[in-house]
Design a protein around this ligand. Sequence first.
Ligand code: PZK
Length: 303
Amino acid sequence: MPLTHEEFAGLTHLGSGKVRELFAVGDDAVLLVASDRISAFDVVLPTEIPDKGAVLTGLSLWWFDQLSDLVPSHVISSSVDEYPAELAPYAEQLRGRSMLCRRLDMVLIECVARGYLTGSGLKDYRRTGAVSGHPLPAGLEDGSKLPATIYTPSTKAPIGEHDENISRDDAADRVGGELAAELEHLTLQIFGRASDLAAERGILLADTKFEFGHDKDGVLRLADEVLTPDSSRFWPADTWVPGGAQPSFDKQFIRDYLVSTGWDRNPPAPELPDDIIESTRARYVEAYERLTGISFKDYLSTA
Ligand code: PZK
């Protein structure tokens, strides 16, 4: 059964991402719900990947825990049985795929760190030789490892549009110099911790995006989902070769299948066959298990 905000008719819907929903819970909390929807080539597919929402939620929760000495998170609870009574009617739809979070005043920029050059960073580099005001050496290619991790803040684009990289000066104009410096420092620290850990497990963390917000006491907290394949580029380390698009840890079977159909990348996308659904589900579960060392079944049984 597909998960859309229509199924939570009694809740106040605050917003939709491409594959996620956000609801208000009382005055001080929000509920983030990750669906099993998946996008490829920027289009949400008509086929869901079973358990994808639970894998991404479990991974975020594990990362928040790993990072708690660097920055507090927005998470209040992910145990459905501890959620407020108004959520009880939806308990089984929410189990494993949701997080009850403090409602924050969100910071109005996206905080991006890049260890490898690809995507919009590559585009900006080819046009200007720099990304977010970081001059880069000549001769870098798609997939090149950067000489050092860079912080490349971006604007928050409306759904359907792409975030735009901005300079660190522009970021400081938008959020204030002191907060801008704190966001940059935290983003680089978190990225360093996460990419070291992923590399030990054979996964390259090419880049990732964080969102932060302030709670009602003014404390800066890490928000949203973190260090999942939907907010990051994960590449298998053993096939990394700069000079072209790297295989995606999670979506490569889907991309290859969609290309093989001759689909023109305009909606609607074709349905996925069962073997592609199953191999993609297995890749998500493998990412969870390799990174966390926890069996996904065990995660589900505690959610
Ligand atoms: C918040 N988003 C992104 C948009 C989604 C997610 N703790 C929070 N407090 C207030 N607002 C947000 C958060 C968080 N996280 C998250 N936008 C605002 C977003 C649409 C659907 F699932």
